[in-house]
Design a protein around this ligand. Structure first.
Ligand SMILES: *Cc1c(COP(=O)(O)O)cnc(C)c1O
Length: 222
């Protein structure tokens, strides 16, 4: 147990150092970057370890998996929903989570607004690679869709989120991240959710404020 904790501490320290270096290489303040620990499939025990090391932002992609974790872990955690959100689960998600990263249609919003959660933050998911099978709306549609999202009170639209096409080389993600960052600036987004284990440094250089890191922190998911 102790050995494992020391392992996670070292891993986390390494990730935090990489965040600082990436931010500084782009002339950014590292404190602008929030590390979201993506804990899907991760046990409560390991999440508690991460909490004890200071992490307060956790990302989950399935509601059924997340709810017992939210109930069991300390109340000062900010929970981020990062999975595909079906409309029939959107109201419940809006009651349990602080941030939903995967807004892509009005059906979700109609349910979310019923939760009347005044501290809920929303991000629009962009399919930046315009991939057939990927979730999210196209970059060209974001400005128009943002106007729809802000009508659904009391949640607050914060900006854009994107995964982007998987590439072997993180550097190849840069043009996608750049395009999403530009669209985010154009619509006045203050948050930008870009970057995962394999590409968070490039994402930070391109302006990400929220990186979603799972396997680099907790190890490969089984
Ligand atoms: C699983 C997941 C992540 C984390 O992926 P890693 O490569 O393990 O860091 C980030 N974002 C989303 C939307 C995910 O589903």
């Amino acid at each position: 147990m102790l050995r494992q904790n020391e392992g996670m501490q070292r891993t986390l320290q390494n990730i935090q150092e990489r965040i600082v270096r990436a931010a500084e290489s782009a002339g950014r303040d590292p404190s602008e970057v929030t590390l979201i620990a993506v804990s899907k499939t991760v046990s409560l025990e390991r999440m508690q370890e991460a909490y004890d090391l200071g992490l307060r932002h956790f990302g989950e992609s399935r509601l059924q998996e997340a709810i017992p974790k939210i109930e069991a872990l300390p109340k000062d955690i900010m929970w981020h929903f990062i999975g595909k959100l079906q409309s029939n689960k959107a109201r419940r998600a809006a009651e349990c989570f602080s941030v939903i990263h995967t807004i892509e249609n009005e059906g979700q919003l109609k349910e979310i607004t019923k939760a009347q959660n005044p501290t809920l933050s929303l991000l629009i998911e962009v399919n930046s690679g315009e991939e057939e099978q990927k979730a999210g709306i196209s970059l060209a549609e974001t400005a128009e869709f943002a106007k729809t999202v802000v009508q659904y009170k009391p949640a607050t639209l914060r900006g854009l989120m994107s995964i982007g096409p998987a590439h072997r080389n993180a550097e190849d993600m840069r043009p996608y991240f750049k395009a999403v960052a530009l669209a985010n600036r154009n619509l006045g987004g203050s948050w930008l959710s870009l970057g995962m284990s394999s590409d968070f440094e490039v994402a930070i250089q391109e302006g990400s404020t929220h990186i979603r890191v799972g396997s680099a922190l907790f190890g490969e998911r089984t």
